[in-house]
Write a protein that binds this ligand. Structure first.
Ligand SMILES: NC(=O)c1ccc[n+]([C@@H]2O[C@H](COP(=O)([O-])OP(=O)(O)OC[C@H]3O[C@@H](n4cnc5c(N)ncnc54)[C@H](O)[C@@H]3O)[C@@H](O)[C@H]2O)c1
Length: 308
């Protein structure tokens, strides 16, 4: 009999890519998503896919869908920096209540395996870059709503690590995943949008000397797939690339792709922005993870998608 997977947040950018990967592996997939995001990324129609519109904060509604599920991928979360500042209570409600409900439903129906999407945001300003999975998790300022997101992820991780209901529970921490059709609340689409509207210049936050390591969605999903088969119980894995790039250099690459003669203008930096972010990937590399898509190729594909 085909194994049944349940994905929360499977209509989102990463969720839809994971749903497609699961369908390719011939699993039956239940997607629980309340379509909070205005944009629904999951376009797939498949006999093995069942989309259920519901809010993970509503235990009574979601519980029955966990019956006979083998593995849960928990991704539903409120993303986008604006939401962290404007609706930190919602971020935490979905993050914490949602996690507890999903765990309770798993317990009731004896789900075997659990994969939790955490985030690189749990490290905030890490004491070590590249950052490995053992670097301490921090909430630098509980009064800054910016950290509602990281706090929700840390709480979810702690809940999972302290439960013993699964045969296999795995946490993955995505680091700056990008690609075509990823929405507009991320740095790459934001820059592309600005460039498309601009004639002579583009404004960036600060000096643009903060860094990120961007991972193309196809490489990311291969990492997740690897964890299904080779990841081990109660382990945490960074997924991303180790190509650290300054934001100003990223903007420059996108300017080249735009074929425009545009000047970069530096402005004041936003509070809470992490200066450097780059994962240490030794742990997942040992399982065979090797990102293949170069930044230039990934940016080209992404740029083309947004411009079209
Ligand atoms: N994109 C990245 O680079 C990145 C980086 C770090 C972590 N993550 C994590 O990976 C996961 C997927 O990210 P994404 O980029 O696909 O985000 P996304 O916002 O595109 O997807 C999240 C999905 O969750 C759904 N959702 C929100 N609240 C819900 C609720 N109450 N009930 C049911 N569904 C709800 C949304 O409608 C959306 O479809 C998230 O947990 C995110 O925090 C992503």
């Amino acid at each position: 009999m085909k194994k049944k997977f349940l994905v929360t947040g499977g209509s989102g950018f990463i969720g839809s890519a994971i749903v497609n990967m699961l369908l390719k592996n011939n699993y039956i997939v239940f997607n629980l998503d309340n379509e909070f995001r205005e944009k629904k990324y999951l376009k797939t129609k498949h006999k093995n896919l069942k989309n259920i519109k519901c809010d993970i904060r509503d235990y009574k509604k979601i519980e029955k869908y966990f019956k006979n599920i083998d593995t849960v991928f928990h991704l539903a979360f409120i993303n986008g920096t604006n939401f962290f500042y404007e609706k930190p209570d919602l971020v935490l409600d979905v993050g914490v209540k949602g996690m507890i409900n999903v765990m309770d439903a798993c317990k009731k129906h004896k789900v075997k395996n659990f994969f939790l999407a955490s985030s690189s945001e749990v490290y905030q300003n890490p004491i070590k870059v590249p950052t490995d999975e053992n670097v301490p998790l921090v909430i630098p300022d509980p009064n800054n709503p910016r950290f509602s997101y990281g706090a929700g992820k840390i709480i979810s991780e702690i809940i999972l690590l302290n439960s013993n209901i699964f045969k296999k529970s795995i946490i993955f921490r995505p680091h700056n995943v990008y690609g075509p059709d990823m929405g507009y609340n991320h740095v790459i689409p934001e820059i592309i949008q600005k460039l498309s509207k601009s004639k002579n210049n583009i404004k960036i936050q600060g000096k643009g000397d903060h860094t990120r390591a961007f991972c193309y969605i196809d490489d990311f999903v291969k990492g997740v797939e690897l964890l299904i088969f080779k990841g081990t119980n109660k382990n945490i894995y960074n997924i991303g690339t180790s190509r650290e790039i300054k934001i100003i250099d990223l903007v420059q690459k996108l300017i080249v792709l735009s074929n425009k003669n545009i000047k970069i203008i530096k402005t004041n930096k936003k509070l809470g922005d992490t200066p450097r972010r780059c994962p240490d990937l030794k742990k997942i590399s040992k399982l065979g993870y090797k990102p293949k898509v170069s930044l230039d190729m990934g940016l080209k594909k992404t740029y083309k998608w947004y411009i079209n």
